[in-house]
Design a protein around this ligand. Sequence first.
Ligand SMILES: NC(=O)C1=CN([C@@H]2O[C@H](COP(=O)(O)OP(=O)(O)OC[C@H]3O[C@@H](n4cnc5c(N)ncnc54)[C@H](OP(=O)(O)O)[C@@H]3O)[C@@H](O)[C@H]2O)[C@@H](O)CC1
Ligand SMILES: [K+]
Length: 524
Amino acid sequence: MFTAYTADQIRTAERALMATLPEGTLMRRAATGLAAVCAALLPRVYGSRVVLLVGSGDNGGDALYAGATLTGRGAAVTAVLAGSRAHEAGLAALLAAGGRATGHSAAAFSPGGAAAPRHGDALVTHETAVWGGGGDADEARRAVERADLIVDGLVGIGASGALREPYAGLAEAAGRAAAPVVAVDVPSGVDSSTGRVEGAAIRAAVTVTMGARKTGLLVDPGATLAGRIELVDIGLGPYLPDPDVTALTRASARGLLPRPAAESDKYRRGVVGVAAGSDHYTGAAVLAVGGALNAGAGMVRYAGPARPAGQVRARWPEAVVTELDAPDVDAVGRVQAWVVGPGLGTGEWARELLRRVLATDVPVLVDADGLNLVARDVSLLRRTAPVLITPHAGELARLTGTARGAIEAAPLAHARAAAAELGVTVLLKGSTTVVAEEGTPTWVNGTGTPWLATGGTGDVLSGVAGSLLAQGLGAREAGACGAYLHGLAGRIAAAGAPLTAAGVAEALPAAIRELNEIPAASQR
Ligand SMILES: NC(=O)C1=CN([C@@H]2O[C@H](COP(=O)(O)OP(=O)(O)OC[C@H]3O[C@@H](n4cnc5c(N)ncnc54)[C@H](OP(=O)(O)O)[C@@H]3O)[C@@H](O)[C@H]2O)[C@@H](O)CC1
Ligand SMILES: [K+]
C-alpha cells in the first residue's frame, strides 16, 4: 500500500528528524537519491547536458547538490537560477565541482546588482563569464532547449499559489523541450497537498519525492503531471503521522480481494442484488450485472422491469432474474448487498424501489439515477447498514449543491466533505478515483485509463464494487478494491485503443488473474 502526506505533515516530520541529525544531512540524502535517478535516465552521464531549474528554496538546493554529483561524473550541468536567491551551499558545491549557473533575470543576478547573491568568489567569476555575452533569459532558454535532461528544482512543498514569473515561463519552456524532466519532490506548479494546478506546471517524466509521497502526487491533475514516482528514503518513516491518503498497490489489492475457500458455496461467496435498468435504459442493467458476475460474487440476483430483465436473462444466463411488477424487492430472495440506481430512471416507481432497497438491512451501493433521486431527498440515505455512493463530479454536484467545476478542481476535498455531510462512504469517479469515509485516510486510485471515460463503464464499476460488498468487504475497501480492479480491467480492455463498457466487464477475470499472478517478491 502506498501512503501519502500533506506538506504540513511532511514538514512536521522533517523538523523532528532534522533535530536528531547534523545540519544538511537530509538534503544530502535527498540529493544523492535524486542524482542516482537522473543518472539512470541518461544513456550516459559523461558528456550529457543537464539543466537545473533552481528556485530560491531548499527544493533548488536538492537540485544543486544533485547537479554537483552529476558534474563530478562528467555531465555538463547548467543551473538556471530563477529566484532572487539560491541555496548558497548547494550553489557553491555545484560551482566548485565545475558546473555553470545563469540567472533567468539579469537584473536580479548581475554582479554587484541590488539582489546579487553572495555565494563567494567562485560565483562572481562564473557570473562574469556566463553573462558577459547576451541576456540571461536567452542563455537559459537555449540551455533548456539543448538539454538531455532537465531537473525541476523550482519549488517543492514550500510553494504557495500559482507559479510566478519567471518560474512559470521556465516551466512552460521545459514543457516544450525535448528532454525528459525530473521533478524534485513534486512537479513545480502542482499543489503538493492536493494535486491542484492553478497555472503553469511542470510535466515530469519522473518525480523523485523525498522521505514520503505527497498527496498531490496521487491525485489528478498532479498525478498525471508527476509521471513515475521514485521515493527516496531519507529516514522520515518513524516520524510520519497517519497518512492523509492511501493507494492500493497490486499486492495490497490482492490482499483485499476475497478468494473462495474450499468449503465455499455460492451463497457463502456472497450474493449481490442488482436493482437497475428501466424500459428506457436496459443496457445499464446488463452492464451492472456483468460487473457483479465477473468480480467474483457467488450469485447475482437481478430485479427490474420486464424489458431490462429480458435482456439481462439473455446476456447473463447465470443471473437469477426477478421481473418486478411493483417497485418492491421482498420477493427477490436474500442478498448480502444491493446495487441500486444504474439506468433506473427518476420517476415515482424508481424512487419507491430505491426506498425499499435502502430499507433493507444489508450494505447498499447507490449509483447514477439512484443518486439523482437521493439529490431530491437526502434523508433516503439515513440507515444503519453501510452505504457506498459512487457519483461522478456532476452527480456529486447535484447531491451537494456544489459547482461541478469546483469538484473537478478539488476532488479530494469535495469527496471528504460529502462523506462527512451525508454520513456515507463516497467513491468519487474521475481520472483519479477518490474513496472517502469520515475519520479514515482517503483512498485514491490511479489504475484507470482515459479510455474508461466512456458510456456504461460506471455501471460496470457499480456491479464490481457491489459484488465486493456482498463478498464481505467494508464499504471503503469495496470501493477502493473495486476501483482498482475496474481500472486494471479498463487498461486490459483498452490496450491502447478505445474500449467498450461490456469489454471492461469481460476483462475483469483477466484483471483478477493478473493480480493473483504477481510474484511474491514484488509485493510491497
Ligand atoms: N526540510 C527538509 O528537511 C528537507 C527538504 N527538502 C527539500 O526542500 C523542499 C522544501 O523547501 P523550502 O521549504 O525551502 O520550500 P521550496 O518549496 O523549495 O520553495 C519555497 C520558496 O519558493 C518561493 N515560492 C513559493 N511559492 C512560489 C510560487 N508560487 N512561485 C514562485 N516562487 C514561489 C518562495 O520564495 P520567495 O519568493 O519568497 O523568495 C518560497 O520561499 C522540499 O520540497 C524538498 O525538495 C529535502 O532536501 C529533504 C529535506
Ligand atoms: K520541484
